[in-house]
Design a protein around this ligand. Structure first.
Ligand code: MN
Length: 132
């Protein structure tokens, strides 16, 4: 019996504690997790295996998440991938900046463990669309 492959989610997050939390929460969803701890690693993962969704920490050690998002949204092969920004120390205007860079969704840390999975799932079932 063949079943459709579970959607893949690339999580770009350099903080091991946050990565562990995301991994734990996403274990509730039928998805395949790909993990990257830097922008360079994220680009390598995207090259190797196009994900269905990206969760993007905006504060990364090598490149900022907004630049990385712009880069992915400018490229023909990757612009269709929905990107949800994850940011700590959110300030007024940050969500607008993330949206302007091409992020389709926006979540602030600490993550709300109750609403996280339903929020992420919307971007999997509505591939390429997402909320506006
Ligand atoms: Mn970070």
């Amino acid at each position: 019996m063949e079943r459709p492959a579970a959607p893949s989610i690339l999580v770009v997050e350099d903080n091991p504690t946050n990565m562990l939390l995301v991994r734990t929460l996403l274990a509730r969803l039928p998805c395949r997790l790909i993990e990257a701890a830097s922008g360079a690693q994220a680009l390598a993962e995207v090259d190797a295996d196009l994900p269905d969704l990206i969760l993007m920490d905006l504060q990364l050690p090598d490149i900022d998440g907004l630049s990385l998002t712009r880069r992915l949204k400018e490229a023909d092969g990757t612009r269709q991938i929905p990107i949800i920004a994850l940011t700590a120390h959110a300030m007024a205007g940050d969500e607008e900046k993330a949206r302007a860079a091409g992020c389709d969704g926006y979540l602030t840390k600490p993550l709300d463990t109750r609403s996280f999975c339903p929020y992420v799932q919307r971007y999997l079932t509505d591939a390429g669309g997402g909320e506006s």
